[in-house]
Ligand binder design. Structure first.
Ligand code: AVI
Length: 331
């Protein structure tokens, strides 16, 4: 694994294998757009613009997920800190760490040094957040890692932590396929020591009347977020997508227990993508499946954990029980 590190007394910043990132993007786009049901992995939403759009989504009145998890973290931060102990906190998909601040504040209140290890696919978000947190918390020491952690939770072993709490907030696990989430949880369980814990924030099943507006907001921010993957293909891979030629579509697939986001071609079109040397044909109304957002019951979360050798130790909910924070330890 290639790694570039920027280091100061309180911040170490690791960039892992960036050339490989770009090659994977080309390969995934070529593979996904050649399939019968065209698809793209949702992780490619998150370039600088995509991360900003996601931050805006989190402020939308319809997007209850963010506020529900924030409510849990702000209400129970001290309790969560007491339960997990003053362990180094590793966070997958840390983004701007807005919600995590509540937990970091509980760490800071202990008046002892603590280590925060954010891991994210968006370099800009990671860099800005790490530097901002250093200003805000005098006891914090940061080891940040810029990498695509999804298929390889074991990358965090590079932090060489003796004991740790690993967090994965935001229901981002819901964006994995069932196979990916099973692998991710198994991989995470495998690197937990006997006193380590895993904190998983996860969106619960609820009425489509609440779910649907969260992915079809009235300001069109989610639509812009969805189309951002085409914009990214244009500027990184020499694509020729006209973003307005694709309509944002989000619906609840009850059988699969998930929201699906697609981009639907408004017309028959042929789109060259220079760097992959292909021209992709679309029929009118043909879609690219860009994201699944799985929703769970509490029992499904427990089962998901136990299939990966994780035991559910504690749960916290928001007042409406829209969202759950689950604390696991390895069996
Ligand atoms: C990051 N992830 C959990 C979000 C979700 O709700 O699935 C991404 C998102 N997609 C559309 N809106 C937000």
């Amino acid at each position: 694994m290639e790694s570039k590190a920027i280091s100061s007394k309180r911040l170490q910043f690791h960039d892992i294998d960036l050339a490989a990132h770009r090659r994977t993007f080309e390969r995934d786009v070529a593979f996904g757009l050649a399939a019968q049901q065209k698809w793209l992995p949702p992780k490619y939403f998150y370039d600088e613009r995509g991360s900003q759009l996601y931050e805006q989504i989190c402020c939308l009145p319809e997007y209850y997920l963010y506020r529900a998890e924030l409510e849990i973290l702000s209400t129970y931060a001290a309790e969560i800190h007491a339960e997990i102990g003053h362990l180094a906190l590793v966070e997958f998909g840390s983004g701007d760490a807005r919600k995590t601040r509540h937990l970091l504040t509980a760490y800071e209140s202990a008046d002892q040094p603590f280590r925060y290890c954010p891991v994210d696919i968006s370099r800009e978000a990671l860099w800005d957040t790490a530097n901002r947190l250093l200003q805000e918390y005098s006891h914090i020491e940061i080891r940040a890692m810029h990498t695509d952690f999804a298929g390889q939770p074991e990358v965090i072993q590079a932090f060489k932590l003796e004991k740790k709490a690993v967090a994965f907030f935001g229901s981002s696990i819901g964006n994995f396929t069932s196979e990916e989430s099973a692998d991710f949880l198994r991989g995470t369980a495998a690197i937990l020591g006997p006193e380590d814990v895993f904190l998983l924030g996860i969106d619960l099943k609820k009425s489509p009347e609440i779910l649907l507006p969260a992915y079809n907001d009235s300001q069109g921010i989610t639509a812009a977020f969805n189309r951002n993957v085409l914009r990214r293909i244009n500027y990184e891979l020499g694509g020729r997508f006209d973003l307005q030629g694709f309509e944002h579509l989000a619906f609840y697939n009850a059988e699969m227990g998930r929201i699906e986001m697609h981009l639907r071609s408004r017309l028959p079109q042929r789109i060259p993508i220079v760097k992959i040397g292909e021209v992709i044909s679309f029929r009118k109304d043909e879609t690219i499946h860009t994201e699944s957002s799985h929703k769970y019951t509490v029992d499904e979360v427990r089962d998901l954990g136990s299939q990966a050798n994780l035991v559910l130790r504690r749960t916290w909910f928001d007042a409406r029980r829209y969202f759950m924070l689950a604390l696991f330890q390895s069996r």
